[in-house]
Design a protein around this ligand. Structure first.
Ligand code: PXP
Length: 247
């Protein structure tokens, strides 16, 4: 079992709230510092091509102000590659991005894009960024992740969470079985395994319990829950649930 499971906090939606009014409040860096003080092991921020939430200046501020590692989420575009190589964050998580989607809907297509991704990843690895690929739980995609030189894979938990929320227990359990199998498979390929997307207090336990999963990245639910119980308390409660799932 990976010893302590890390919790990365995604602060994109603090920026969504800020941008709703076009001002400077609430500040994503301030939220990230609260998360850090509440024991977050890392901060994740996604600089989308359309800058709908996080902006370039936010990433610069996070790089400057954080003491925990930044996991910089990007699409595999030339623009984002240049930014990542300039800033050299601790980790770079490559995600698929469609302009019209509300959130990152599916996993990255690694298998059909291996040469391009290998060329994208190599300079990042040489710059000592830990490169992670956000993929669906699919063995063929995971094999491709290892081939293109990723150190880490993040398994997409969105489908599991959606089925769980809709009360479709059979589909949620099938998806959980796929994630479980793929966590073991990826670990066997020598990849570090992370997981995330759509996780809440209600659905986190079975994912947190997977021994191979070294890190969870959670954002939207915790930013929402901050309205009711405060950001720090929401993070502490998530950590408690993760820990109790692993004993
Ligand atoms: N991991 C990755 C790679 C993501 O793209 C996201 C969403 O931006 C998350 C984790 C966090 O998902 P959520 O905001 O639903 O918790």
């Amino acid at each position: 079992m990976a010893t302590k499971q890390r919790l990365g906090i995604n602060i994109d939606h603090v920026a969504t709230l800020r941008n709703a009014r076009g001002g400077a409040y609430p500040d994503p860096l301030r939220a990230a510092l609260i998360a850090e003080a509440a024991g977050a092991d890392g901060i994740t921020a996604h600089l989308r091509e359309d800058r709908r939430h996080i902006r370039d200046a936010d990433i610069e501020a996070l790089m400057e102000g954080l003491t925990v590692p930044l996991n910089f989420e990007i699409a595999a575009t030339a623009e984002m590659h240049a930014i990542a190589l300039r800033l050299k964050p601790h980790a770079v998580c490559i995600v698929p991005e469609k302009r019209e989607e509300r959130t990152t809907e599916g996993g990255l297509e690694v298998l059909a894009d291996q040469d391009r991704l290998a060329d994208f990843i190599l300079p990042l690895s040489e710059a000592r960024c830990r490169v992670s690929l956000f993929v669906a739980a699919d063995e063929r995609q995971l094999e491709a992740c290892a081939r293109v030189g990723a150190e880490v894979v993040e398994l997409h938990t969105g489908a599991y969470c959606d089925f769980h929320a809709k009360g479709n227990a059979k589909a949620a359990s099938d998806e959980l079985e796929r994630i479980t199998r793929c966590a073991v498979f990826a670990d066997g390929l020598g990849l570090e395994v992370h997981a995330g997307h759509g996780l809440t207090f209600n659905n986190v336990a079975p994912i947190a319990a997977l021994p191979q999963v070294a890190e969870l990245n959670i954002g939207h639910f915790l930013v929402g829950e901050a309205v009711f119980m405060g950001f720090a308390h929401a993070i502490l409660e998530m950590r408690r649930l993760m820990q109790s799932a692993r004993v």
